[in-house]
Design a protein around this ligand. Sequence first.
Ligand code: TYD
Ligand code: ZN
Length: 401
Amino acid sequence: MKCRVCSHEISPFMSYGHMPIANGFLMPEQFKDEYFFELKPAFCPECLTFQIEEQPAPEMMFHENYAFFSRTSAHMQRHFKGYAEWVMVNHLRGDDAFVVELGSNDGIMLENFAKKGIRHLGVEPSANVAEVARQHGVNTLVRFFGAEVGADIAKEYGPASALMAANVMCHIPDMHGIAKGADALLSPDGVLIFEDPYLGAMIEKTSYDQIYDEHVYIFSALSVANMFSPYGFELIDLLKQETHGGSMRYVLARKGARMVAPSVAAILAEEKAAGLHLPETYEKFRQACEASKARIVRLLTEEKKAGRRVVGYGATSKSTTILNYCNIGPDLIEFISDTTPIKQGKFTPGMHIPVKPYTAFAENPPQTALLFAWNHKAEIMEKEKAFTTAGGKWLTHIEKD
Ligand code: TYD
Ligand code: ZN
């Protein structure tokens, strides 16, 4: 395969096997037509980008029935309020600021700008989530962002002070289109700010469940710097985030337009120390994934042998990779409870474990809960004190966090 970013010839370092659409929760009559592809991650030693080889067509993942709504978690609402305020304080200059968010989802971040009367526009390809954003007073355009859309927005609204994204950039295969769109849209001292699950955290924790169809890339500062440099952008700041089990916020500006914070050199050095630029790191990661698989299958089998009921907590997109890679089905997990109405009453992609509303967990608690929403651990542990105190056991596939 060719690297999606620099076209260098590369090859996957492992396979997670056949995978369905991670957010493709479905009904039994749809089982026979379920779509599968082979999930294979690769690392490019030339531009240092971690990527997946094959990705289903975007229309198969992001459509009017897209099951992902950002508003489901109280912690995420607080996170986005903090993100928005940080942008306002640090990166908006002058009175006539204009901010654009790509992949604005249900408006969870932009509503903070809308409330303050700041000119804003969300660009969101899924019509159903865009509609929720509009209901919250967020201007939203239903399109996929790229070079053309960037230029169109600049023509209609004028140049943007900031182009932002959260958990979206890593979904977009055509980074060249994004860079061109940013170049067309941003003012001379405008900033491009995005955060996504961080490669450094994924390697450290073996949280391979970050790898699924939507995440075509898992970024590092090294790879982001290489991606945007040909378009005249440089990293000016880097901020680690707790969200999604370890994320990074990247801040870029046109070369020389803004001061470069000391965090940039510090984190680039940290990434080199962790070997994120070396192919052997990914060989070690492959071995760690295999060990993680063996461990979780062993733990679930022990629960079953001991006659203990196991329920999954949180039907995350990430869980699709774990369940299908480890071949864990309804024989090992009775059901998965989830607070998202659109997932309830359906079955998980590929392994077809029933998804039930949260009440099913609360009213008939199992002996053991497998925490698939491990990235919301603090929030969930707080909520589930009663389960834990009554002797309920928690498992995750993450050993270190
Ligand atoms: P998310 O963290 O966005 O993970 P992913 O990106 O892998 O889908 O999803 C969290 C899921 O967990 C979502 O479906 C809602 C569910 N959830 C609960 O069921 N209960 C909870 O208390 C929380 C915080 C989340
Ligand atoms: Zn490359």
